[in-house]
Design a protein around this ligand. Sequence first.
Ligand code: UFG
Length: 330
Amino acid sequence: MKKILVTGGAGYIGSHICLKLSESGYQPVVYDNLSNGHRDAVAPNITFIHADIRDRDALDHAFETFRPDAVIHMAALIEAGLSMREPARFYEINTAGTLILLEAMRRHQCHRIVFSSTAAVYGNCDVNLLDETLPIRPENPYGRSKAMVEGLLTDYGVIYGFHALALRYFNAAGADPQGRIGERHDPETHLIPLALQAAAGHRDALKIFGNDYNTPDGTCIRDYIHVDDLAAAHIAALHHVLHQSKPGFDAINIGTGQGCSVRDIMRLCQEITGNSFAVSDAPRRPGDPARLVANPAKAEDMLNWQALYRNPRDMIMHAWAFYCKMAGPS
Ligand code: UFG
């Protein structure tokens, strides 16, 4: 059974990937400092290492002990808005932290990696669907910290013979369709979970950050991708890096190809929960591109992957089911 070291495996996306890895015949080993993840999001039968990616000794110990066949690297700070206020933390953890991990991989002859990249590497582009040939022009330090890692991986592919694939996630949403795990950020900053908190009466009102973008209803458009589809994309990507004979780096969008505005999401959350909540207009959030929607053709061609959940309605329904389960009977 192939062993996969999953950094950030106790986080929202990471925990869904670990479930899918186990169900697909891999042995995940979670490596997480629990700064944002949850110990109980990792199934009891999965090995858990409580450590930081910047800790060289802990990495050496993990590689020596488990001898992973590949790494799925997700451990990172993820909030684009926060990165506009605290960029240094993003470069330290996301960029420098990844370099420390890559060096540990090199010391231990583990040269295969699937890296969590982001749609935020594109920034504002004047095209309907973003494809991987577009120039990288991030609008915020978060996107730049990930773009820098894509640069590192390009060199590690050519010069050190790494097999590396970056998955550029669009907006992860939803929860495990069986309701076992879901999204639990603290503090929460993402649109759908915040809207659900408002629908549940656990938050007063929701702010729309910017109503004057050049989009049909003036609010930002994003491509929401079900976390279960995102997890499936990792299984396909892992298969690719484990079986690819030629080393090198490539980047692939993981999205649905369909955009949804902030106002659309508000409306859907109110409709699905059956609860209305107050919504107010607020200034733009610095660093937000107006529109991020994937062209997912490369993922279909290269990985034989495509999103099964194509409607944000399913994502919101699964997220709401998990939210209600966590909140308990009211
Ligand atoms: N938004 C609001 N009000 C809120 C929260 C968010 O209007 O209270 C808006 C944002 O301004 C943005 C949209 O909703 O226009 C989505 O915002 P999120 O914070 O939910 O997500 P982001 O698009 O900023 O970023 C997310 C992840 C990143 C990932 C990116 C890919 O956090 O890690 O999607 O598109 F890179």
